[in-house]
Design a protein around this ligand. Structure first.
Ligand SMILES: Cc1cc2nc3c(=O)[nH]c(=O)nc-3n(C[C@H](O)[C@H](O)[C@H](O)COP(=O)(O)OP(=O)(O)OC[C@H]3O[C@@H](n4cnc5c(N)ncnc54)[C@H](O)[C@@H]3O)c2cc1C
Length: 391
């Protein structure tokens, strides 16, 4: 299913305007004060950008993964934290739009999300599971058509600011750790108690401390099916593509700043090519390769979904490996590119108060390899490669 090209072009123009008029001007303050990018998210709401992944018949724009990734990449060039908030929101909306359409509750909820431009956040992490998203300790307990859920999450980006949270939990108190469901809890269904701080090197505007969640809600708010499937078919592909696109965006802005430096020094000595121009040429090669990798896999995902047995293909080992490889390679490449941009621009980029400053880019992009640890993903890949039969 393709989106309406006019809708996409309008949303792309809107996100470009928000990036330059709102996100870029507030980025330094968001970073310095580790505060939520309120004005940027409000602008995204006003431009109807929060419902971009919702199907057309429910009032959304039904953008493809490749299109959503372009939006995140544009915003990341202005503010990495804002782009991460948008990406994490899109990941949650995609899970509902791809796995909840058979349930009346979720169809109505998505219509409400379109109308009200609701912001969704996520709680997959949990104290005691050590960053393994496919295991939960907490469990939903059902009685009389309702459930209760208590979770002790290590990290919950903008949970205090969002309108609802998607939470992973065991299906029942006697279920295995990997027998999980995804549960939607809406403001009013839960209380949050902050358990840790969020004074980090980067991605400071995502406001992601630990929280204890105490929730109770109707049973219909449990997403149909298993998290094993929605994770493989939606959460992982959307996460790895959208994160990669925004890491690219951060790196692209760093290279743009370095390029501006090189051109400034070239103008001072007409007729000569500054030595840094060669390094600039080199780093643009890496930047282009990174862009092609997320664009290519986003396109493959969209093509697979356009086919009849798309959801089945997304459960294959070879697809899981591709997605994991994208995450690992993008999260390793983006910091290297920012590092090279810093070497090219030199001291003006090392300083925090010039128009070439790269401190925020550098710190933001260092989160990439930790955000679901690359070591953990590599260990999963290693196990899958041992049993891989497909090529
Ligand atoms: C900016 C940002 C925003 C986030 N937002 C959210 C959010 O909104 N909701 C949410 O639930 N979570 C969020 N997270 C948390 C994320 O989902 C992970 O849970 C978290 O980054 C992993 O934490 P960890 O490094 O302590 O865990 P671990 O994965 O346990 O890693 C700890 C250490 O163990 C090593 N390690 C792990 N597995 C292996 C292995 N198999 N072999 C060898 N070494 C291994 C790692 O390299 C690392 O050194 C966010 C994280 C970041 C950085």
């Amino acid at each position: 299913m393709r989106s309406n090209t006019n809708d996409f072009n309008a949303l792309l123009a809107a996100v470009k305007a928000i990036a330059s008029n709102t996100a870029a001007p507030e980025a330094a303050d968001v970073d310095a004060r580790a505060r939520f990018p309120q004005a940027t998210v409000q602008a995204l709401r006003s431009a109807q950008l929060l419902s971009a992944p919702v199907p057309l018949e429910l009032g959304g724009a039904r953008l493809t993964l490749r299109e959503l990734a372009q939006l995140c990449a544009v915003l990341a060039q202005a503010c990495g934290s804002s782009a991460m908030v948008l990406a994490m929101h899109y990941i949650q909306v995609a899970c509902l739009a791809r796995h909840g359409l058979g349930a009346e509750f979720f169809r109505h909820y998505l219509q409400e999300l379109v109308r009200e431009q609701l912001l969704l956040s996520s709680m997959t992490s949990e104290n005691g599971t050590f960053g393994e998203t496919r295991t939960s300790i907490c469990a939903v307990e059902r009685a009389d058509g309702r459930f209760t859920l208590r979770k002790d999450a290590t990290t919950g980006s903008y949970c205090a600011e969002s309108d609802a949270i998607l939470v992973t939990a065991r299906r029942a108190p006697d279920a295995a750790g990997s027998d999980q469901v995804l549960v939607l809890v809406r403001k009013g269904d839960y209380t949050l108690t902050q358990t840790s701080s969020w004074d980090t090197l980067g991605m400071r505007g995502t406001c992601s401390p630990g929280f204890k969640l105490d929730a109770a809600a109707p049973e219909e708010q449990i997403l149909p099916g298993s998290f094993a499937d929605s994770s493989a078919q939606s959460m992982v592909p959307y996460s790895h593509v959208l994160w990669s696109s925004l890491w690219w965006g951060i790196a692209a802005d760093a290279v743009a700043r370095a390029g501006e430096c090189v051109r400034t020094s070239a103008r001072k000595n007409p007729g000569t090519v500054p030595p840094t121009a060669l390094r600039l040429a080199e780093v643009t090669t890496q930047l282009q390769a990174l862009r092609h990798s997320w664009q290519q896999l986003a396109g493959e995902f969209d093509d697979i979904n356009a086919g009849g047995d798309g959801m089945q293909q997304l459960l294959s080992i070879s697809w899981a490996l591709k997605m994991n490889n994208l995450k690992i390679s993008a999260s390793e490449a983006a910091p290297q590119i920012v590092h090279k941009a810093l070497q090219i621009a030199g001291i003006v980029a090392y300083k925090n108060d010039t128009r070439f400053s790269l401190g925020r880019h550098y710190r933001d992009v260092l989160s990439a390899s930790l955000m679901i640890s690359n070591e953990r993903i590599a260990a999963k890949n290693a196990a899958m490669l041992l049993v891989l039969k497909e090529t």
